[in-house]
Write a protein that binds this ligand. Structure first.
Ligand SMILES: [Zn+2]
Length: 478
């Protein structure tokens, strides 16, 4: 079976086929262009935001597993209504303010073991491209300037050109307030309103403005993504991702601006395949600070959870399902990962550095079948834990050879290029714990067994178990 993915444009699961099959990299791999709407950098990202970014990382990794070379673009929105408000409140310069939160975002992405996107365009570095795109829309009569020097996109003119507004969502134009004008980047989901492409400078903008043919001002949010994605990936590309809340109006407006500019070759769309990740609930409710269920990645790390546990939990449910993220779920992730780690540890010990000629088919086959089915991670993890059970059975029965162990390990390593769960490396043992374990070894050597036992108890109270093996003591999380 080939890879099948749900496409929001067609509302159906369809085979994934790159738009330009002859576009290949130096290694001969087909190149896939993929754009995921990135963060607006004005605050710490919450766990709901990161569900989308981990989802994008999964899509990119699975396409690479399937042999494609992925150009993975994620924009950084570094000029936008909320940012300007914060810059005004904090009094810090725009670039300094956004650099801080961009850095924090990239650190959080790395905590969750997401591969860095191949391109991270920042909106403020694309003002020239944004202005040029708006000029095209004005020249085609689809955008118009208002008396204050702003420029708006006309839904009516766009539709008048035979273009389709409402490709990602079904819109009832009769019941909606067509022709109204909105300056906000995020507007009422019920209105099909003309939206701002360029916002004329107002006193509240402070230093945040650029020159343009229509006067000083700044871009709207929607046009930023059209300009950056087409500049980096070309006027037509394969995949566009984002959270489902962005489908309308943001993504619909991206299509309208990009196709309205008429820069695609005849018959080619702006984007062939749209994918949207579902919402995240936390403890059964929509996240909110007042309910106490609003978590940033850093909040969860401060509670003692690890990036790998958070990543595992986020990757345990299919991306199109609303997922209920809970602290109990994170505890469950810890237990599940410990089972996996233990099995991998035993296989590694038995394999003792033996090289596998090829990974075992069984696990890789079941994994691929599950993931080809619109990235069915639940079924892929079920395959992994069935495999763990089987390896444990063979190991316990003494029916596993060194070579077999190496082959099975290679299978896990192959599929883990997609899951991206970092190993339970010894480096994860904090330095003070290692020092305690070493002092226990010293106590045993000095035959001070009472002291050694006391240190063992202390380690246990800190959450670590010491296991004495032929190769020396090993530390495991309780
Ligand atoms: Zn976007």
């Amino acid at each position: 079976m080939a890879l099948q993915l749900y496409n929001t444009l067609t509302r159906s699961i369809v085979p994934f086929e790159p738009m330009f099959p002859d576009n290949r990299d130096a290694a001969g791999r087909q190149v896939v262009g993929m754009y995921c709407c990135g963060p607006t950098v004005y605050d710490y990202g919450h766990i709901g935001n990161f569900r989308t970014f981990v989802f994008a990382d999964l899509v990119r990794r699975y396409l690479e597993f399937r042999g494609y070379a992925v150009k993975h673009v994620m924009n950084i929105t570094d000029v936008e209504d909320k940012i300007i408000r914060k810059v005004r409140e904090t009094g810090s310069p725009l670039l300094e303010f956004t650099a801080k939160y961009t850095g924090i975002f990239l650190e959080d992405l790395s905590t969750l073991s997401c591969l860095p996107p191949t391109d991270l365009p920042r909106a403020t570095q694309f003002i020239g491209e944004i202005v040029a795109l708006i000029e095209k829309l004005v020249a085609r009569g689809i955008a118009y300037k208002t008396s204050d020097g702003s420029v708006y996109f006309s839904i009516e003119k766009y539709r008048g050109c035979g273009c389709n507004y409402g490709q990602l969502v079904n819109l009832n134009f009769d019941a909606m307030r067509v022709g109204e004008r909105v300056a906000n980047d995020e507007y009422d989901k019920e209105s099909v309103a003309d939206f701002a492409l360029w916002k004329a400078r107002v006193p509240e903008d402070g230093d945040v403005f650029w020159p343009s043919p229509w006067g000083e001002g700044r871009p709207g949010w929607h046009i930023e993504c059209s300009a950056m994605s087409m500049k980096v990936l070309g006027p037509s590309f394969d995949l566009h991702l984002g959270g489902e809340d962005l489908a309308f109006p943001h993504h619909e407006d991206e299509i309208a601006q990009s196709e309205g500019a008429g820069v695609q070759s005849p018959g080619r769309p702006f984007v062939k395949h749209w994918m949207h990740g579902a919402h995240l609930l936390v403890e059964g409710k929509k996240m909110s600070k007042s309910l106490g269920n609003f978590f940033t990645v850093r909040d969860l790390i401060a509670k003692g959870y690890t990036g790998r546990e958070i990543r595992f939990l986020l990757l345990s449910a299919a991306y199109r399902e609303t997922f209920n993220f809970t602290l109990a779920g994170l505890d469950g992730a810890r237990t599940a990962l410990a089972r996996l780690d233990e099995c991998l540890g035993k296989l590694t010990e038995l394999a003792a550095g033996a090289q596998a000629t090829a990974p075992a088919d069984g696990l890789v086959g079941r994994f691929t079948e599950a993931m080809d089915d619109d990235l069915n991670v639940s079924s892929a993890w079920a395959a992994v834990f069935d495999w763990v059970r089987e390896q444990n059975r063979l190991l316990a029965a003494g029916q596993m050879t060194t070579v077999q162990a190496a082959i099975e390990l290679a299978a896990w390593n192959r599929i883990n290029t997609v899951f991206g769960i970092p190993g339970a490396a010894t480096s994860e043992v904090p330095a003070d714990i290692t020092a305690l374990a070493e002092s226990r070894v010293a106590a045993k050597k000095a035959k001070d067994f009472a002291r050694a036992d006391a240190i063992r108890a202390e380690l246990k109270s800190l959450g670590w178990l010491v296991e004495d093996t032929a190769k020396g003591p090993k530390l495991k999380r309780v």
